[in-house]
Design a protein around this ligand. Sequence first.
Ligand code: ARG
Length: 395
Amino acid sequence: MVNQMDKVILAFSGGLDTTVCVKLLEENYNLEVVTACVDVGQPKEEIEKAEEAAKNLGVKQHYTIDAKDEFANEYIAKGIKANAVYEGYPLSTALARPLIAMKIIEIGEKENAKAIAHGCTGKGNDQFRFEAVIRSMSNFDIIAPIRDLNLTRTEEQEYAKKHDIPLSPDKIYSIDENVWGRSIEGDILEDPANEPPEESYAWTASVEDSKNHTTKVAIEFEEGIPIAIDGQIMPLFELVEEANKIAGENGIGRIDTIENRVIGLKSREIYEVPGALLLIRAHQALEELVLTKDELLFAEYMSTKYSDLVYTALWQEPLRDDMDQAIDNMQMRVTGKVVLKLFKGSMTPVSRESDYSLHDIEQISFEDKENDQKEVEGMIKHHGLQASIYQKLSR
Ligand code: ARG
């Protein structure tokens, strides 16, 4: 059991859930609250909002942890190499959760805390993701006050009012944002019958408002990781920001889907993931050039399994690490350049080059005389031999 004035580290965003959590942890659990906000590329104002909110709540110690490059290099890079997409969603929130949990654990150790708390409700996937990592990588107690008390959003607002808790100006939707994507949930979006209003989007132009001319974008990869965009070499974090901008203004990146959550519920989800979709499309286009047919088939199978592990909070599963190693081995040849043409929500690869290309222009050409066409005749005679024997039988 936790003793009075033991410390708890709260993963804190300054939004309604985590703000209410600060007071609940103090009043109902008798804990000293240390708040921590992990920067994985959410807007600067969000980071500042968390700092401000912690101060207004009288929190003695608040941490802001810059994990932007680590998120890009250790998590997004793996997501790109695996083409990690769950039911069409490139896992922006899901990929960030294990890293956030690891950072909170580090603070917990530094602060000699007794417990770690999060503001997740009992409905979503994030509670699984946080707790899987905290449980397997530390011995902290875990507290989820909103879930514990079965609070609704309205009850949280009432609690805040009753306890004079200063709330940051309310957002209509529940938004989770990092450099890999923006997820928008709640309010009228909960009903799949409602078309999302234009103002729910922030990163992407509508098809109507997107550019009226095509844009070409060149992406260079080294061992499966994007290293340059339009000839400019840059760290992955900045490259993803750039990809978000270019794809977003061309109307690429909106997803409106019915998602199958871990607990079995179906939920209507809206995402803006322009950079993620662009980079994964480019990556696949390069893989098509350099990997064999069998490698591509197997990569696709791994991709599905990998994405499912990431989505369902099984980042710690050894199979994920096993697959990372297999994928890294394949990615050694995924080096080269892809150009895509973007226009009003569409993106089409129009050029691919690689020193590891398996495409043999000499052999495939209609102008080739060197490789005697007649030689294939014997192969054709025996192709589908069993099917042919079967058909003859039934004639
Ligand atoms: N449904 C997505 C996922 O499970 C996004 C969750 C967004 N989380 C949030 N707290 N708003 O990864």
